[in-house]
Design a protein around this ligand. Sequence first.
Ligand code: PEP
Ligand code: MG
Length: 884
Amino acid sequence: MKKYVYLFKEGAALEMPLAKKKELLGGKGANLAEMTGIGLPVPQGFTVSTEACTKYYDDGAKMGDDLKSEIIENLKALEKITGRTFGDPKNPLLVSVRSGARESMPGMMDTVLNLGLNDEVAAQFAADTGNERFVYDSYRRFIQMFADVVMGFPKSDFEHRFDAIKEEKGVELDVDLTAEDLKEVVAAYKDAYKKHAGTDFPQDPIEQLMGAVGAVFGSWNNDRAITYRRLNDIPGSWGTAVNVQQMVYGNRSETSGTGVAFTRNPATGENKLYGEYLMNAQGEDVVAGIRTPNPIDTLKDQMPECYDQFCKICDTLEEHYKDMQDMEFTIEDGKLFMLQTRNGKRTAQAALRIAVEMVEEGMITKDEALLMVDPKALDQLLHPNFDNDAYKAAKSVAVGLAASPGAATGHIYFTAEDVMEAHENGVQDMILVRNETSPEDIEGMVLAHGILTVRGGMTSHAAVVARGMGTCCVSGCGVLKVDEEAKTLVLPDGRTLTEGDYLSLNGSTGEVFAEQIKTVAPEIGGNFATFMEWADAARTLKVRTNADNPRDAKQAVEFGAEGIGLCRTEHMFFDEERIFNFRRMITAETVEAREEALGKILPYQREDFEELYRTMGKYGVTIRFLDPPLHEFLPHTDEEIKPLAESLGMSFEALKARVESLKEFNPMMGHRGCRLAVTYPEIAAMQTRAVIEAAINVSKETGTLITPEIMIPLVGEVKELAFVKKTVVKVADELIAESGLDMKYHVGTMIEIPRAALTADKIATEAEFFSFGTNDLTQMTFGFSRDDAGKFLQDYYSNNIYEHDPFATIDVDGVGQLVKLAAEKGRATRPDIKLGICGEHGGDPKTVEFCHKVGLSYVSCSPFRVPLARLAAAQAAVKEKLGK
Ligand code: PEP
Ligand code: MG
């Protein structure tokens, strides 16, 4: 029979690489097993595997009897290990039940603590420990969590009852409630439970346990977990494991406590133990940010032995995992226990510093360092900081914790929903201001440029999530008063800000400003430069950029781009004077009139290309010929058509008729791309002239011979390409011959129509290079409009039909297959054919890895994604080398 449940010590003994162990036992379970294996003090327990979760879903969200028996067997084994018995009032085994996916998804799934308590156990346990207050505090927490997580009853009902008792007793803090008060809370909670459930709170610990395990499995598919997975590229098929672990109590006494720590500073990367803890508290108190914790350093004075032991454990763990660790620990009556460890989330700055320093310390190789940094994290480094002068002139109104670096300025909103609504209304910069955030806020947090919370430490939900996303965050700014319902923020100086007012945050210092402060692009250097040098040495894929103006091209070169993979020429026509001549060209009714208008556009195009060639120097520039449907360039309403008709010297009726005639039902599948050049070869002739003349001029000017690359879009049939190419070659050859230069040039095509991919061997007879236009290729392969699919894709995610936006990450099974096939067919005809990708996917790490695997020569992406693509390309090469 298949094994679904593993004691931690069985997990430790499994002979498989850690990555495989994580697949089976989830990250948390695998790491508990590892810590058990290396002899660290871990409260013992067992892990119900991710395979059990998958089976649970295969069986229609049910736990089978076999799984239940296996859990009970392991419970018996755990009783033996701990010397305690589940449900025995005399010597009770109490457990926590926690989720643990292959990759950590902080706060997204469910946890139940103190499980195994019931009326009888609580009474006896209280008598035996002599600590009634602690026992009833644990019991009330358990009932509330069980009601929320397992039964899905509203939290607020329990919270209101709790607050009512606090008010009745006249206490402000939870810790001021006495044992007797807490008994009343327990009774009130049980009453609330019965009201919702129609039955009493379950007294049978086995029933409690099975309910909790099932609830954790169920939480894998809650809305926020699905959203988190989509944002973090985590497949829904992985499932979560469930860890059942003996409880240890940080709230048991004054010599008990609980904390969270990192082996290195997660914000800066400094190699110094970093963390915080609370005495006489449970873990949720630290994370929830209800009490503000102490920095870990003070534990040295408070409990020196525990502190020393903890420091040693940190060294052991770093040495074992060869990565910075994020740990949870509990001290129970002076004894230290490790509750979990995992590779710590960190800012991009910290990630680079840790990777570089660990290589310098001799702990890891450069290849390992390259795999340690998430390419998407590099994005953080490229985001804005405050303009120095504006920053100096600004005056902070409060200081909180510097939870996630960077700078943000924007309008304030008090709920995640309001941020989402503002985004829909076109507001650009939003700052989310909350007392504290919770996982339900995730969508608003993703959209916000900055996050400010009144409560919570560096490990609070807001801080952890913001760091992961690279969003600037100030947490724990307790001097502010936020009323989320009234939507007001009261500053320490008494001023009140309301929704929409400006606020600025410095996530690197914790400062808060009640004003707008100019932000600027960041400077990069130091560890970034060292690390990216290693990446460049490791990668084989080249990285180009999509740019159609010198500013973007320059930015991309600064970020390490090695050429332009896509210059969309249509973007050059939107300037006022140009669009006029362009419209003249479109509305022209004879070839002569069209050529006359094109003649006016030519100098602009040539100048644009000259500037690009100058900016790109030695690097290649692929210029794509006109692509969009012409109708996009024309006005649509009578009010707009009238003045244009006048300036073009046409009658209103004639222009209107021409506009009408260009209208298409399905323009993205209409008269666009190379089809325009088939109808109007003079457009291709003008563009060729502009490209070649610009190349000749700049070659002469700089003394470096340019090799122009001309790319024909939307080809689906080789004869189409041959037809357009004839015009290109004729014009180019004549100009080059006149110039006296020995200039070469290449004519290639985009592969963005399925038919082009399927007939790529034929197309390669004419095309010297292919660039995969995966935006259109995705659109046409799926039959989804790239402009509208967002409206219904959400339904596909929530119904688990698709997990990712296929316009963001390549659909390997479908679109990817076409890319692979076309690459093979292209090479079969022309072995040295140059292959690249220039759809949005070129800046997506998973797609970059795919491109490496299918042997493309380069990826091309927007300038700000160039560093990300360089690292993703390096990782793909390293993984291949290491056989990962
Ligand atoms: C593409 O289709 O992938 C592409 C790069 O071209 P565009 O986005 O301009 O259609
Ligand atoms: Mg396209």
